[in-house]
Design a protein around this ligand. Structure first.
Ligand code: ZN
Length: 458
């Protein structure tokens, strides 16, 4: 009893403090807006309730802004005490809106929020009187009666209401976390392919400056393609975030999204293959990164690499070695001719991206951390060197297909020389153009390296 009296005292004191804070604004003749959560019982807050409260607060401020309600942000006050989380801010005297209209506006905010029945936005006029629209809030627990009626009639216990509220808040936080992570991750994917295409000039590849060894596509073909892929990057992430099944069954699911992405790509480019390789590589990469983050594990190169190996386990054997049908795709033909060396991107993923992790990514991590702050020329330089690191290692099946093993060896050597020599870079670009060579596989791996770097840097 003594204890519950003590708690009640603490809560009442805290409420007194809030009234004092409001009185301070009243003295300056401000109308005020405040926000609190309806948490029955004690304690009224904890870490996740506070996190949720801040999310609601930020959302409310954007909502007010969108409705052209001016608040005086520099006077806003956040309190966390025995009475829970509390936010109060004076409304600018420039805001000409009628207070009853404002009250209705904030009631709409509460109504449109998934947990709106928990949220209380209160408006007080400059005489310190609350503005009410006369509407009663429904009960959080049963939604059948008004909250006041259920409280007066003690229809539910405090504990059962609290359990439900805590559960709902945790679910809501998980939804926003997931959405934020997926948006960020698919944004990184788009950014990575835009950075790749913007590196100019590139050996044999399409760039802003020229189309390299290609005659059927140019820079803008790639922009069209990049935009068409964005929704599918989201889908790959979503799949990775939610997937709890067996990993050896995932490849067809990733490919299913990939095939839809390819169809959109061909539509966007007038039937040109711009990003087929990237769709496959990003499908696997985004799935893997999203899966790692959904388990609340810190991203690590090893965890990522191992997951990619696990997903693509046996891909070379099953799809190239053991296939009984006659080789027809580029990849199958190259495998038939060159064995593992010609297994291209399948070999790369089956080994967990060695061309990315050996030199390219360490170089990016070292030199691209503050890429938002460096100038265009420096960005080009870093991207170029990263691409060259990849080209020195990657057995690019695009080169084997369009040319032969001798050319691949020559390109690898030229790329190695070009890391430290501008002259050699020009020589490499010329060699590729003259011999109609396009190291598309390496360009795709540059995009993968960028994606991973952005994730690590976030
Ligand atoms: Zn009820």
């Amino acid at each position: 009893m003594v204890n519950s009296h003590k708690i009640l005292d603490k809560i009442l004191n805290a409420r007194e403090n809030r009234a004092l804070q409001r009185a301070l604004f009243l003295k300056q003749q401000f109308n005020t807006l405040s926000l609190s959560l309806n948490i029955p019982g004690y304690p009224k807050s904890n870490t996740f309730i506070s996190t949720f409260f801040l999310e609601v607060k930020n959302d409310l401020i954007s909502y007010l802004q969108a409705n052209r309600i001016e608040i005086i942000s520099k006077k806003e006050t956040l309190i966390l005490d025995e009475a829970g989380d509390f936010f109060i801010v004076p409304i600018s005297k420039n805001s000409k809106i009628d207070l009853l209209e404002l009250k209705k506006l904030t009631e709409n905010f509460e109504k449109s929020h998934p947990l709106g029945r928990l949220i209380d936005v209160d408006i007080f006029n400059d005489l310190g009187l609350p503005i009410s629209s006369g509407k009663k809030k429904p009960c959080y627990f049963c939604r059948e009666h008004s909250a006041i009626s259920c409280m007066r009639n003690k229809r539910h216990t405090k504990q059962e209401i609290r359990d439900l509220i805590f559960n709902d808040i945790l679910k809501q936080l998980a939804i926003t976390t997931k959405n934020n992570r997926i948006n960020t991750l698919s944004g990184f994917a788009s950014k990575a392919i835009l950075y790749e295409i913007s590196l100019s000039p590139k050996p044999g590849l399409v760039s802003f400056k020229d189309s390299g060894s290609h005659t059927d596509m140019h820079f803008f073909t790639f922009l069209n393609s990049a935009v068409s892929l964005t929704p599918f990057f989201n889908e790959f992430c979503e799949l990775g975030y939610d997937y709890t099944g067996k990993l050896d069954a995932i490849l067809p699911k990733i490919r299913h999204i990939g095939i839809k992405a390819e169809q959109e790509m061909f539509k966007a480019t007038g039937n040109v293959n711009t990003h087929k390789g990237i769709i496959f590589l990003f499908g696997i990469s985004l799935f893997s990164i999203a899966k790692i983050t959904s388990e609340n594990k810190e991203y690590s190169d090893t965890a990522f690499s191992n997951l990619v190996i696990e997903i693509t386990n046996g891909i070379v054997k099953n799809e190239l070695e053991l296939t009984s049908k006659k080789a027809s795709t580029h990849g199958e033909l190259m495998f038939e001719t060159y064995g593992k060396l010609g297994a291209g991107i399948r070999q790369e993923v089956a080994e967990g991206f060695p061309s990315v992790f050996t030199n390219a990514l360490p170089f990016l991590d070292e030199n691209f951390k503050n890429h938002q702050e460096i100038n265009q020329e420096e960005i080009q330089k870093v991207l170029q060197t990263t691409l060259l690191h990849i080209m020195t290692l990657n057995n690019d099946s695009n080169i084997l297909y369009r040319s032969n093993l001798e050319s691949l060896t020559k390109v690898k050597q030229l790329a190695k020389n070009a890391i430290h020599s501008k002259k050699s870079y020009i020589e490499l670009c010329n060699y590729c153009k003259e011999n109609h060579i396009s190291p598309g596989g390496s360009a795709d791996l540059l995009s993968v390296s960028l994606l991973i770097h952005f994730v690590k840097n976030a």
